[in-house]
Write a protein that binds this ligand. Structure first.
Ligand code: 5GP
Length: 209
């Protein structure tokens, strides 16, 4: 089988719980997945560490990364820049890991355009009411920012059809299992196994009487 890693994009409304889902998926399968760490110009939240959740950079540093071509993609999200550093992603894919980018929709669509065999997954809470409840419950943002994020969710909801799979996050345990199963199936797609098919064809041909 072709052992190249798959590039996976996970998007979801702010407050959909996708961050927690990703952490759990990686904890369960540390040798299978690599999670890309983005650069951002937003301030760290309480409990976030530089180089763990994000690389926290200034606007000037971010613009330098863009100019040097160090980002695979980047987007502006509620007044801040977010982008995916290229080096780590390329290295992990080469190592055969499935690399997960947890990014918003603009970035997701750009990645899909550049790398058409990217697997796109969208995480949503079971309802809009539940989303607002979670954003308020998180207690890390002002009401103004929460409203901006709800507005942004409204826009992002228009783009859900562009994703290959929808993950309804009602139970952490079930969703993590579901995502892992979807990714495993994705590896079995015939279009991802061209070398294997070619080899079997050639071997069969050589065995012909
Ligand atoms: P947060 O500020 O809540 O950590 O992230 C805000 C949004 O930015 C989320 O939807 C998150 O997925 C997205 N995001 C994080 N990193 C990147 C990135 O590198 N590129 C893009 N396009 N979006 C990102």
């Amino acid at each position: 089988m072709d052992q190249k890693g798959i590039l996976i994009v996970v998007s979801g409304f702010s407050g959909s719980g996708k961050g927690t889902l990703m952490k759990e998926l990686l904890a369960r399968h540390p040798d299978t997945y690599a999670l890309s760490i983005s650069a951002t110009t937003r301030r760290p939240r309480e409990g976030e560490a530089d180089g763990r959740e994000y690389f926290f950079v200034t606007k000037e540093e971010f613009e330098k990364m863009i100019a040097k071509g160090e980002l695979i993609e980047y987007a502006k999200y509620v007044e801040n820049y977010y982008g995916t550093p290229r080096g780590y992603v390329e290295q992990k894919l080469r190592e055969g890991k499935d690399v997960i980018l947890e990014i918003e929709i603009q970035g997701a669509l750009n990645v899909k355009k550049m790398f058409p065999d990217t697997l796109l997954m969208f995480v949503t809470p079971p309802s809009a009411g539940e989303l607002k409840k979670r954003l308020i419950g998180r207690g890390t943002e002002t009401l103004d920012v929460i409203e901006s994020r709800m507005d942004r969710a409204c826009e992002e909801a228009e783009g859900m059809e562009n994703y290959d799979y929808l993950i309804v996050n009602d139970s952490l345990d079930r969703c993590v299992g579901e995502m892992h199963a979807i990714i495993r199936s994705e590896h079995r797609r015939s279009s991802r196994n061209r070398e294997f098919m070619q080899k079997i064809r050639e071997d069969l041909a050589s065995m012909k009487r």
